[in-house]
Design a protein around this ligand. Structure first.
Ligand code: NAD
Ligand code: UFG
Length: 336
C-alpha cells in the first residue's frame, strides 16, 4: 500500500512517515518546504533504514499533483500540508484561506481525478471553540476564534460535502490536541523558524539559552494554579493514530471525526515543572498577561478513537519533555 503524505517533511508529518515506513507502507511525500527542510526526510530514512519518494510540490500546483498521481499508485492520502500559526492567520487571513483551503480543494480534485478517495485530514481541537470540556466529537463546531481555526472547520465541512456527493469516499478527520515531544532518536522534532509561538519549543529554546525568558500567558485563570490547561500529546502517539486511521479508511467508506488527545489536562506550570525535572535545568520564566484568544482549559474525550480506531496514547508528559530536550540538545541550531 502506498500513502501520499502532504506536508510530510513537517513536524507531525515526519513522525508519521517514520511510523508508516516502519509498518511496511510505501510513502510518497509532497511538500513545498515552506516550513521545513528536505534534510528532515533524510533523517526519516536514517531512522527507518527505508527510502521514501519525495516531490517538492505545492498542493496548489495542480500539474505537480497530477504528476505524483500518475507516477505512483496512491492508495490513500494523509493531508498535513498547511499553514498553522494562529496569530499570523489573524494578520494574513487570505494567505491562510488560499494556502489551506484552496490547496485542499485542488488536492481533493486531483485525488478524485486519480480515483483515490481515501484521506486522513489534520484537523484541530480548535474547531470546538467554546464548548464544555472534555470535548466530544458530536459537539457543535465552528465557533472558532482565528482564521487558521476557520480553515480547519471549513475543510472539515468541504470534506463532508465531498462525501455526501460521492459515498465512495472514506474520510477521517483527526482533531489533534497539543502535540509536543520528538522522536526518541533525537533526529527529528519540532523545529520552528524564528521565535516560537507554541509553549514547548519556547521552553526548550529558553532552556538551551537561545531565548532569555518564557512568559507564561496569564496566571489568573480559574484553574488549579491559575495557568491554562491543555491536553498535551506525544507526537509519536499522534503519528501512530494516523496509522490506525489509515488502516480504518482503507477498509471502509464514510466520514468520521476523532479526537486525538491524551484525555488529560495539564497546566502551563505542570509542563514547566516536568521539563525542569527531565532536563535538570531551572527555567527562567515570568507570569505575564493573558494572550488574546486563549481558552482557559480544554482537553479531549478520546474514547471514540480508543474504541473505533483501536488507538490509545501511551506516553506521559515526562516522556514528552525528555524527548523534546533530547532533540533540542542534539540539534541546538535546528535541522539544516
Ligand atoms: P509543520 O508546519 O511542521 O508541517 C506542515 C508542512 O506542510 C510543512 O513541511 C510545510 O512546508 C508544508 N506545507 C505548507 N503549505 C504547503 C503547501 N501549500 N504545499 C505543500 N506543502 C505545504 O506543521 P505541523 O505541526 O506538522 O502540522 C501539520 C498539520 O497538523 C497542519 O495542517 C496543522 O494545521 C495541523 N495541526 C497542527 C497542530 C500543532 O500544534 N502542531 C495542532 C492541530 C493541527
Ligand atoms: N503559552 C505560554 N507562553 C508561551 C506560549 C504558550 O504561556 O510562550 C501557553 C498558552 O497560553 C497556552 C499553552 O501555553 O495556555 C499552550 O499554548 P500553545 O500556543 O502551545 O498551544 P495552543 O493551545 O494555544 O494552540 C495549539 C495549536 C493550535 C491549535 C490548538 C488547538 O498551536 O494550532 O492547539 O488544537 F489550534
Amino acid at each position: 500500500m502506498t500513502i501520499l503524505v502532504t506536508g510530510g517533511a513537517g513536524y507531525i508529518g515526519s513522525h508519521t512517515c517514520v511510523e508508516l515506513l516502519n509498518s511496511g507502507y510505501d510513502v510518497v511525500v509532497a511538500d513545498n518546504y515552506y516550513n521545513s527542510v528536505p534534510a528532515v526526510l533524510d533523517r526519516v530514512e536514517q531512522i527507518t533504514g527505508k527510502k521514501l519518494a519525495r516531490y517538492e510540490c505545492d498542493i496548489r500546483d495542480r500539474e505537480g499533483l497530477k504528476k505524483i498521481f500518475s507516477e505512483n499508485k496512491i492508495d490513500a492520502v494523509i493531508h498535513f500540508a498547511g499553514l498553522k500559526a494562529v496569530g499570523e492567520s489573524t494578520k494574513l487571513p487570505l494567505m491562510y484561506y488560499e494556502n489551506n483551503i484552496s490547496g485542499s480543494v485542488v488536492l481533493f480534485e486531483e485525488m478524485a481525478a486519480a480515483g483515490c478517495k481515501k484521506i486522513v485530514f489534520s484537523s484541530s481541537a480548535t474547531v470546538y471553540g467554546n464548548n464544555p470540556i472534555p470535548y466530544k466529537e458530536d459537539m457543535p463546531t465552528g465557533d472558532v476564534s482565528s482564521p487558521y481555526g476557520r480553515t480547519k472547520h471549513f475543510i472539515e465541512q468541504i470534506l463532508g460535502d465531498v462525501y455526501r456527493s460521492d459515498n465512495e469516499w472514506s474520510i477521517s478527520l483527526l482533531r489533534y490536541f497539543n502535540p509536543i515531544g520528538a522522536h526518541e532518536s533525537g533526529l527529528i522534532g519540532e523545529d520552528p523558524n524564528g521565535i516560537p509561538n507554541n509553549l514547548m519549543p519556547f521552553i526548550s529554546r529558553v532552556a538551551i539559552g537561545k531565548l532569555p525568558c518564557l512568559t507564561v500567558f496569564g496566571g489568573d485563570y480559574d484553574t488549579k494554579d491559575g495557568t491554562c490547561i491543555r491536553d498535551y500529546i506525544h507526537v509519536v502517539d499522534l503519528a501512530k493514530a494516523h496509522l490506525c486511521a489509515v488502516d480504518k479508511i482503507l477498509g471502509t467508506t464514510g466520514i468520521e471525526a476523532y479526537n486525538i488527545g491524551n484525555g488529560k489536562g495539564y497546566s502551563v506550570l505542570d509542563i514547566i515543572n516536568a521539563f525542569e525535572k527531565e532536563s535538570g535545568i531551572k527555567l527562567n520564566y515570568v507570569i505575564g498577561d493573558r494572550r488574546e484568544g486563549d481558552l482557559p482549559a480544554f482537553y479531549a474525550d478520546a474514547s471514540k478513537a480508543n474504541k473505533e480506531l483501536g488507538w490509545t496514547a501511551e506516553y506521559d508528559i515526562d516522556k514528552m519533555c525528555a524527548d523534546t530536550w533530547n532533540f533540542q540538545t542534539k540539534n541546538p541550531d535546528g535541522i539544516k
